[in-house]
Structures are given as structure tokens and as C-alpha cells.
Design a protein around this ligand. Sequence first.
Ligand code: RIB
Length: 321
Amino acid sequence: PMTVSRVVNGSGPVSPKLRTRVEKALKETGYVPNSVARNLRTKRTDTIGLVMPDITNPFFTHVVRGVEVTARAAGLHLLLTNTDQRPDEEARMVSILLQRQVDGLLAIPAGGCADTARMCHDAGVPLVIVDRRPETAGVDVVRADAEGGAYQLGQLLADLGHRHTAVLTGPEYVPTAVDRVAGFSKAFEEAGLPTPIVRYGDFSLEAGHDMCRQVMQEEPRPSAIFAANNFLAIGTQHALEELGLRIPEDVALVGLDDLPPEMVTFPFLTVAAQPAEEMGRRAVQLLLERIKEPEGEPQEIVLSTELTIRRSSGDPVAVSA
Ligand code: RIB
């Protein structure tokens, strides 16, 4: 039995000859290791959970890619759940993952993270918050400096001569939606320029389309728009096309989160891009550290965004009145 256990679990030396005999017998008997029994002994499932808000968004799928590759390299399986940006769904998913005895949990919170943090703490399961700044202190976090990226986009448009602008962003209960408004508005405040019009919707094409139609009714009409995520940028383009407005000739457009290069034939959107796969990789690495050292000092890792200037932000404009 010890020899078979060593072969099945790779938990000790076995001579090649004996290994071959055991592997042959396992194959002939159709033996499948019982991971539940093994887990009871080791108190580990070699599984981590990931809670994410929108499985259709390529930004998140690239985060998941970084998570999955890094988890697999560490011999971990990944249980992935989608909350559709709903805090009540998040609580349900976290509960299911904890019942599955995950060794650790990664969460991209639908809104705040206090409930998820409390559930993981009570279950003694390490947690790393990803992408969205937590409202509670003492939590491990890996996110991008989206506020800094939005600030750079605001500076770019201010330097191009835009005075009247608009920000189309996600829900007010999502930290990244709020942080982007703060960063973009700070650039205009520092330049002594009018405060941008702000519209909170959700991170969707439809919201981008509808909010763009709204802000283009404002007087003076914005000469530039900041769409705070990839879907909002696409929805904004649809609306401007409906209005017969050209980008950037009539309205400059900048976005946060690039569109996946594999999906865009002629990239033209000026963006501040978050390092999505790197975010996923670093989150798993931090979670592995926390699994090893549950009492370790919580860390906040903030990754830089990357500004890519393309055609949609246009050339300098004559300063509007
Ligand atoms: O697309 C959804 C947005 O919210 C992304 O920019 C991501 O940062 C998330 O927080």
C-alpha cells in the first residue's frame, strides 16, 4: 500500500521497475484516486476559487488567463464563478466556493468586498482582492492604478485644447468606476478647466450608447469623451455614429482598458490599458504566499497602466470658448 500511495501521490522514491508494475496494475484495475479522501488527510484540495463580475468582458477573461496559467504551474485547480456584477450573487458564489474547501480565494468584487472578506476570515480561507480597491483595510489586494491612467487621459485631452468634456463610467458602487472619474477630473481641475460632465451607468455597450446620447445634448456640447471601460467605448462609438459625428474630427474619444488586439482589425482608440494578465499572475502569487503564511502582513500591489495614443484622441483643437 505504501508503494502504491507513493506512485499515486508522487510522495516518495519508487524504483522504475516497481513503478512500472504499479502503474500497470492501476491501469488494469481502472483505479481513480479519491481526491476527497486525500483532501481529508492533507486538509488541502489544491484548488483555488475565483469570483468575477462579468465573464463576457475580455478584460476579465485576460485576468482569468493570468490566474489560470499561474495556478496550473503551481499544481492548483481553478474554480471560476461569475456574479454578473451582483453583490448578492457574489455572496452566494463565495459560500459555495468555501463549502468546496478551496485553499484560497481570489475575488474581483461586484461592489464592496466587506462581506466576502468577512466570510473568508470566518472560514479561515486566505483571500486576495483583485482589480477593485477594497473599502476595508488589512486585505491583500492586486489592482491597477486606473485613477492614474484616467489622469493621464485627462492631461492628454487638456493639452490638446479640450475644455468641455464628459466621463461615461460604471456604477457608483464600483470603486474602479469612481476612481476613473476622480483621476480624469483631477487633470482638468489642475489645468483650471471646467469640470467634466459625469454619467454613472454600468460597464456595458448599452450604457455607453445611452449616456453618450445624453451628454451630447448638453450645452456647450463636449468636444471630448472619456469612456471608462472597453464596452462603454464601443457603445459611445455607436451613439456618435448615429448622431453623424466623426471621431476625432467632431468628438475626441479616449478609453480605459484596451480592446483585445485579436478582436480589433484597425486599432484606433487612445487608451490607458491595465495589465490584465499580469494582474491575474500577481494575484495568484500573492495568494500562494498567504496560504503559506496566513499571518503575513497584508499587501497592496498596484500595477501601472500603459498609455497608448492612437487616432481617436485626434490633433490639438482650437480652444473652445
Ligand atoms: O470593464 C469593467 C471594468 O471594471 C474594468 O475596467 C475593470 O477594471 C473593472 O473594475
